[in-house]
Design a protein around this ligand. Structure first.
Ligand SMILES: [Zn+2]
Ligand SMILES: [Zn+2]
Length: 241
């Protein structure tokens, strides 16, 4: 088996996602790029993952203590830096299936308990116009690939509907983000009766301040969802104001 593995490595070398350097078959990044990644780990806010310098008595950050978000928890792997930006951008232009396969095990390891605990999985929707431009929704692909690792879980790609074609959140100033998304998500009518008392895992590729996830979670809770856990590859903004 070892010989077959070696031969495969020569014929189909595995490249670092960021710099293209050849790495071993099961790896995702080379050592150099790995050392530049900023993983989000403890100590952090138990709801929004805002990183703390020290583990104090508070389990929540000031922002979540002042106004609890509609989602119960945000699980995210990386801080969005130049390496993650490069990869997530190429997620849109390169072999997307390949990249989803690379991210799925990382997401699975980080959220195993929440995946097993949820009643079903959904993804952040794109407006129909944006979907036509981009050809596919990255979050749907990510969710489908992730659920190959938890095949018993049900995934609904059309659970939420984006009713307004809003500007990309990343282009907007903080105060305009909430306004931009206000009432722009709806629950697909055919699933309304499914929501009461349910625990939902909500998947998006990248989150900025969490405003999109907040809008989605808010509408899910409004229709009776008991728990909403959001899962993303990276988070861009870590301001806590
Ligand atoms: Zn590298
Ligand atoms: Zn927080």
């Amino acid at each position: 088996m070892k010989i077959i593995k070696k031969v495969l490595e020569i014929i189909f070398p595995n490249h670092c996602l960021s710099c293209e350097k050849i790495i071993n078959r099961d790896g995702v990044f080379c050592e150099k790029c790995w050392s530049k990644l900023q993983f989000i780990s403890e100590p952090k806010c138990q709801i929004c993952s805002y990183p703390f310098e020290f583990q104090g008595l508070n389990l929540l950050c000031g922002k979540c203590l002042t106004k609890k978000p509609s989602f119960d928890k945000l699980i995210t792997i990386f801080r969005y830096n130049h390496i993650i930006r490069k990869i997530v951008t190429s997620f849109k232009f390169r072999d997307q299936t390949f990249l989803a396969k690379k991210f799925a095990p990382l997401l699975f390891n980080k959220s195993r308990d929440e995946i097993m605990d949820c009643d079903f999985v959904i993804s952040v929707p794109l407006h129909l116009k944006k979907l036509q431009q981009r050809k596919f929704n990255h979050s749907v692909l990510l969710a489908k690939t992730l659920l190959k690792l938890a095949p018993k879980k049900v995934f609904y790609s059309d659970f939420l509907i984006k009713t307004k074609n809003t500007k990309a959140q990343i282009e907007l100033k903080k105060r305009d983000r909430e306004k931009n998304l206000r009432s722009s998500f709806e629950v697909n009518k055919k699933y309304l009766t499914l929501l009461r008392g349910k625990k939902i895992l909500l998947i998006d590729d990248v989150t900025t301040t969490g405003t999109t996830l907040e809008s989605c979670a808010k509408i899910l809770k409004k229709h009776g969802a008991k728990k909403v856990v959001a899962l993303t590859i990276a988070k861009t903004a870590f301001t806590n104001s």
